[in-house]
Structure formats: structure tokens, C-alpha cells
Design a protein around this ligand. Sequence first.
Ligand SMILES: C[S@@+](CC[C@H](N)C(=O)[O-])C[C@H]1O[C@@H](n2cnc3c(N)ncnc32)[C@H](O)[C@@H]1O
Length: 323
Amino acid sequence: MEATANMQNTRENSADPNPQHLSKNAQKKLLKQQKFEAKKAEKKALMKEQKQRAAERKRKEWEEKLAGLTEDERLKLIDSRKEVRRERMEKRSEERGEKIQRLTKAKENGQNIVVDLEFSHLMTHSEIHSLVQQIMYCYAVNGRCSFPAHLWLTGCHGEMETQLQRLPGFDKWIIEKEKQSYIQAFSDQKDNLVYLTADSETVLHELEPTKVYIVGGLVDRNRWKGITMKKAEEQGIHTAKLPIGTYMKMSSSQVLTVNQVVEIFLKFLETRDWQASFFQVIPQRKRFEADSENCQEADWEKCKEENEESERKKKCIEVLSHD
Ligand SMILES: C[S@@+](CC[C@H](N)C(=O)[O-])C[C@H]1O[C@@H](n2cnc3c(N)ncnc32)[C@H](O)[C@@H]1O
């Protein structure tokens, strides 16, 4: 692809992980990111420890409770706990059945949304990992929607495919997994393809059921600026951007992550309300300008929000791993 080849020549745009090959600005950004990752890992370890301690405390409380009872009372209490667990399992399996039904129906008449996975050669190992996590999140959110979309992963091979296949239960996901690109998979309806890109001049106002909306499977902190727009232009397919500017002011760029774009689409399919969809999905830190005095507070807010976001994702993913 010409667009890709041009950009590969730019040192700054390269996925080269060696920091010495980066500009000072990029090195600074990388250092900041590494510090943030280290803090995140520390927090994760702390939360794991707290969870283990809470489980241990619960176990002790249960044993103490049992110890203070007669044999008869003990048996009754154990039985009632078993009953609560059985009911919970039944409810989960019912919910799982309903989810399978919704997703199967979406395969027939749901809105087609494609995640284009043809950019994996432009990402580092950890960026691919991050994209895989985002896809897992998209799938989990879609499964919980009352009107799920028909999700596609196209151009899925190489490391991308390997990492996806490592996800527990991935082989059972009700989603289209295609080695082919979307251009091949939808060769008979090229005119219906709409590549979503923040660089498009066209603003998306309505979703059309016959259209196939494509999201660029890229985690690049906008290192590959404009790459999806160039790709769509070269392929001669339509492009559109989300109507963010009509509903809110962003603190920086309007480029969102893959999971945010898919989640906004899913919310819009349910509500037909862009504003509500944006406000529910776009993190507050991306929505307003923080002045320098509030910088520390903004950093803290960012950290808090990312933790809340990651907690939200974790909950979704926990639900997935129980399936
Ligand atoms: C992290 S962005 C990738 C940015 C990349 N540099 C590019 O040129 O598209 C992931 C994908 O989300 C979609 N996306 C992000 N922000 C968008 C917006 N404001 N409007 C439409 N699509 C958007 C695009 O499909 C984009 O490729």
C-alpha cells in the first residue's frame, strides 16, 4: 500500500522500540508513558493483594460463623449457601443463552461493523496486545447490548491472530473472523463500505443499516496520522467522521480508540442519540481543557478515570471469561 510505504520511511513514525532512535519530544512522551505504565502495574499488584486479603477475611468469617453453630444449624447454613450459588449459576447460564440468541440474530440483521486488522505490521507487540484487549472489550459490550451489532474482524493473521487466539474462549465468539480484507469480504457491495476516520470531511449523522462501517484496528497514539483516510481514498471507498464537534468540545484531538468508537456506535444503535452516546463513552479528561494550575489535579483525574475505565473493562472481561 502506497500510504503505508510513504510513512514507513519516516523515522518518527516507525514502530521502532529503541528510544535512542526517537526525537527528544518522543523520548519524553515515551518516558511519561513508561512511568504511567509502572504506576498502573504497581496499582494492579496492590489491588490483587487487597482482593486476596478480602477473600481470606471472608473465608475466616465464614469458618467463625460455622464454629459458633450446632451441627444442625451448620448443615442448614451450608445448604442455603449452596442454594444461593446454584441460583446464581442458573441465572448466569440463562443470561448466556439469551446473549447467544441476541448475537446469532445480529449475524442475520445486525448493523455490520468491521475492525480492520491489516495494520498489525505497524504496531509494537504491546500495541497489538492493547488492540486485542480493546477487541475483547468491544465483544463483551456488544454481547450485553439489547440490539447488538454484527461484528467482523477482517485481515486477521500473523501476530494479531496469534494473540487473539490466546484469548480464553475466542474460538467460541459469535463474531466473523476473516483472513481476507474487508474489500474482499464485501467485494459485492463496495459502494456500501464506509471507512470511519477522524480525518474525513464527511460528518456521519445517521447510521444506515445497509452500510458497512469500518474502524481502523490501530493503536498508534496517532503516530500514523491520516493512514486510514489515505487507505480509503486509495481504495475509492466512502469515509466519514463521528459528529463529535457538533455535540462537545474536546481537550485535544478527536481521534478516539477502537473500543470507544465501537462503543459509541453500539450506544447510538440503542439510543439514536449521539450526544448521550458521546457523553457515556468519551472520558471526561478528553472533554475539557485543563489549565496549568489544575495540571496535577488533571493528572490525578486522568489516573482515576483510567483506573475506573480499566475496572469497567475488567468487569466486562470477567463476564466474558465466565462464558
Ligand atoms: C486510534 S484510531 C487510529 C488513528 C489512525 N492514526 C488513523 O489514521 O485512523 C482507531 C480508529 O478509530 C476510528 N476513529 C477514531 N476517532 C474517530 C473519529 N473521530 N471519527 C471516526 N472514526 C474515528 C478510526 O477508524 C481509526 O482508524
